[in-house]
Design a protein around this ligand. Structure first.
Ligand SMILES: Cc1cc2nc3c(=O)[nH]c(=O)nc-3n(C[C@H](O)[C@H](O)[C@H](O)COP(=O)(O)O)c2cc1C
Ligand code: SF4
Length: 404
């Protein structure tokens, strides 16, 4: 198949990026200019750092060649001779598997010069990150790959036109790329039919939290979220009740139990007021303190903020400090609105979407669990002591109050 035929097949498949944003893969590939003075690149994003997400690592571990094949097919589609597979720093153990898989592909003649006499040259390199959530963001990943500090680039220009080392670049999530060989084998139309309209194929859902059978499950796109939790993951563990679901990795707005009878595809989730994101479904039981959950979430984003822009660097820090004091019993009523207001003001005002990723969950928790926040006011101890209290509480409660 030539480049146009491949791109058409991938477009027909309705494959949408599994990294989080859900952009059409075929469309993305078609944006890469046919002629380029600079070399073109294909990047596989295996940085997988969104809390609740653990699918790419299973692909690398159990089916590394599907990723290599996906990278090769993308390369033929856009006319590239070099691919990089960038893997999260903490997944160092996977390097052995990936390096062997790449070496095997070279040994069999699938990679290298003049592949099977076709006149096509293609090299693939594995590259390990240094352990930063932010380098999962596509432009920060390119900075990191070029050996620089992993901070994002301003856009436009977009990577399809100016990417790695200034060359046109396709960057896709590992699961997205691993889906491509199957699409070419079964045909785009057939693949599209597995899912829902405009949401083709299957998806790896990472079911975690308080469920009986946590794990990574391959299900059709648009599988019902409630069924996923109760039928696939065996329901809520320890005979408890469901309190909330974070449906797409920790950065998306939370859903209440009466909101989860919904198709898990990009468009239906958007209509439900949240996002499908990275496919990390976290079920939260009724013994969990939502203030503590909000605090743990913001601690992650504060720690991972690259510090490049002020709303994210300062905003995540203020939210962390306020939530720490609040959960420790030092909260005042005004904090609740202030936290929402602060998060709302980060939204859309940061250099890259990490700021949104930090703001959206906090807004969701405050909006949907205000009563739980109120239950922590006036020095009252966390009502969920077994999940809540830690030894530092008296000191943390004295942190200064954030005022507007
Ligand atoms: C802070 C941040 C972290 C991200 N982390 C990842 C990641 O670990 N893996 C990933 O595939 N995409 C991640 N993304 C999304 C990428 O920027 C990009 O959209 C994606 O790799 C495109 O591939 P896809 O179209 O196949 O989804 C992240 C985005 C942001 C803003
Ligand atoms: S939003 Fe956060 S992670 Fe993104 S550039 Fe700004 S400081 Fe860095």
């Amino acid at each position: 198949m030539g480049p146009d035929a491949i791109i058409n097949e991938v477009k027909n498949s309705n494959l949408r990026g599994r990294g989080g944003a859900g952009f059409s893969t075929g469309m993305k590939w078609s944006f890469v200019p046919k002629q380029s003075a600079k070399p073109k690149y294909v990047l596989c994003n295996g940085d997988e750092s969104e809390p609740g997400t653990c699918k790419d690592r299973l692909i690398f571990e159990h089916d590394p060649h599907s990723v290599i094949e996906g990278v090769m097919i993308a390369a033929i589609a856009v006319g590239s001779n070099t691919g990089y597979i960038y893997i999260r720093g903490e997944y160092r153990y996977l390097s052995v598997i990936m390096q062997k898989a790449i070496a095997d592909a070279y040994a069999k003649g699938f990679l290298g010069k003049n592949i099977f006499g076709s006149g096509v040259d293609f090299d693939v390199y594995w590259h390990g990150g240094a352990g930063a959530y932010e380098v999962g963001e596509e432009s920060a990943l390119m900075e990191s790959l070029e050996g620089k500090r992993g901070v994002p680039r301003i856009r436009p220009p977009f990577p399809a036109v100016v990417g790695l080392w200034g060359g046109p670049t396709v960057i896709n999530n590992a699961e997205t790329l691993a889906s491509v060989p199957h699409i070419l084998l079964m045909g785009g139309q057939k693949y599209a039919e597995i899912g829902t309209p405009k949401n083709g194929g299957t998806r790896l859902f990472c079911l975690s939290g308080n469920v009986e059978k946590p794990g990574v499950y391959e299900l059709p796109m648009g599988y019902n979220l409630k069924k996923m939790i109760y039928d696939v993951a065996g329901g809520i563990s320890k005979g408890r009740n469901l309190k909330a679901v974070v449906p797409g990795g920790s950065s998306v707005p939370v859903l209440l139990p009466n909101e989860i009878d919904v198709a898990a595809d990009f468009d239906s989730m958007m209509k439900a007021g949240t996002m499908l994101g990275s496919g990390g479904v976290i079920a939260i039981d009724d013994h969990t303190c939502m203030v503590k959950f909000a605090l743990r979430t913001i601690k992650f984003y504060q720690h991972e903020s690259c510090g490049w822009c002020i709303p994210c660097r300062e905003g995540t820090d203020w939210l962390k400090k306020t939530l720490t004091r609040f959960h420790a019993g030092g909260g005042i009523k005004k904090d609740i609105d202030n936290m929402y207001y602060l998060a709302e003001n980060m939204l859309g005002r940061t250099f890259c979407p990490l700021g949104d990723a930090a703001a959206m969950p906090v807004m969701g928790f405050v909006k949907k669990f205000r009563e739980e926040f109120e239950a922590h006011l006036e020095g009252r101890p966390c009502p969920y002591e077994d999940h809540g209290a830690d030894g530092e509480i008296p000191v943390l409660a004295q942190l200064p109050v954030l005022t507007r």
